[in-house]
Design a protein around this ligand. Sequence first.
Ligand code: NAD
Length: 452
Amino acid sequence: MADRYLSFTGTAPGRLLTRRLGLPQPAVLQRWTPERPSLKGDRLLLTAGKSDLGLTDAGAGANPSAGARTALGLDLTTAPSEKPAAVVLDATGVRDVETLAEVHAALHPVVRSVADSGRVVVLGAPLDPADHHQAAVQQALEGFTRSLGKEIGRGRTVNLVRLTDAHAAESTLRFLLSPRSAYVSGQVVEVGSAPADVTAPHDPPHDPDRPLTGRTALVTGAARGIGEAVAETLARDGARVVVLDVPQAEQDARRVADRLGGSALALDITAPDAGTRIAAALPDGLDVLVHNAGITRDRRLVNMPAERWSSVLDVNLASVLRTTDALLESGTLRRGGRVVATASIAGLAGNAGQTNYGASKAGIVGLVRALAPRALAEHGVTVNAVAPGFVETKMTAAIPLFIREAGRRMNSLAQGGLPIDVAETTAWLADPGSSGVNGQVVRVCGQSLLGA
Ligand code: NAD
């Protein structure tokens, strides 16, 4: 269902009328295309406090003011820029309220000049439980980031990355500073240091344009919607994809698989032996497991029969628990592997009529947080989740008009996301360079007003 309001506000009379009436002014977001793979313009590096990250002194004597390859593996400049495409503020050294003022001093003069669809990324440090002043001001960066995200406008996004090791954060920064993260705003991502032995032994040399080369990815519910976009994006990034969907959708799954040079697997993910059957279909192992299949059976609790409760819990949560356990225990998920599950903002904020769905999606958050450290320590596999907000798919096209329109606009970017936005986020989490990203729940919601 096309977003006609977005098209209307894209015209001169539409813009004039909606501005006069004080209505939302969504900007057309710049997303990744092969022709325009990156944001055009400088990436400005600013610092608040005394940072130990050493972002400006890497790169064989390079001069960062001339645009140096920094310790992040990205080109950043400290030279003034008239219209930067992105601003990275290193605030890892902010330890007290006085140095917190440097965050204001650094960003206040430049924020207006950031280009449309540009990026602001704040780098923070993990909260130090032994220093409540440091913890207070590092937590302050979260409120700062989320507030700036709500006011910055023009398709620009603001995110916070808490990191300890600049190298481990390279894939995350690359994603957040690119058009691939168009619908990710107001997020806080923690990046730890990647354990040294978590690269898969079978990995071919790293190709930044096709980071998943040589890897096998299985996407559940990939015959249509978000899952189809995830399969497409992982294939674009070099993965061999397995398109799993229910037997009734086998034809569509095959069509997607054929287009992507992958294979289809007709299987109801709630089958008790689903894990064994996936393992049997993948004798050479699996690197990326994307739990995308999901259903809604909305009713208020007072009107909800047990069957609506159990079917949603079974597809959205129980099957995810069962198959993840089976594929980790059988060793089908190899070292260096990735699990990306699908939560929802309904699981974080709650939604009337969705006690079943909200419970199932909150369950995904619990699963991710508890399993992530153990899966990494015992199997060398990271476990993360994406939490989509309002995404334009058949699922949301079925929502009644007025509720749908409200769902679309109630976020900082004043529009719905596209399946590709969830897919790009999944691809970043699946990247072999993302070993330091573990146990994270990343919302792809344009900074929805629902939930934090
Ligand atoms: P969709 O209904 O368009 O597609 C879901 C796919 O999953 C379908 O192809 C379906 O056949 C498959 N599927 C359902 N049950 C299955 C089972 N038992 N075994 C195997 N496959 C099964 O949905 P979508 O909008 O693309 O959503 C994808 C995921 O994103 C879901 O987990 C959903 O809860 C989540 N999500 C979507 C939105 C949104 O706005 N669309 C928002 C938040 C979360």
